[in-house]
Write a protein that binds this ligand. Structure first.
Ligand SMILES: [Zn+2]
Length: 81
């Protein structure tokens, strides 16, 4: 399987790792498109958002909220998902 997200989770692809849980990873891509651009992904591979089981999706979104709160408590004035 050739998945860049799984490679990042395994440490085989460069990315700026910002935070992680046992099931999710938050990172900034090296070719970010804006300041604060980051991604939160499940560590387990899924082909698309539609394939992620609801409990896992909830775990990802909780991590997104945690990261968003950190950003909003610093210099960022909002987040988009
Ligand atoms: Zn993957």
């Amino acid at each position: 399987m050739d998945c860049v997200f799984c490679s990042i989770c395994r440490g085989q692809e460069d990315a700026l790792i910002l935070d992680e849980t046992d099931k999710t990873l938050a990172f900034a891509p090296l070719d970010h498109i804006s300041e604060g651009h980051m991604l939160v992904i499940p560590k387990e591979h899924y082909e698309s958002l539609l394939d992620i089981p609801e409990p896992t999706l909830c775990t990802v979104m909780k991590h997104v909220r945690t990261i968003s709160r950190r950003l909003c408590s610093s210099d960022f004035d909002g987040v988009t998902c």
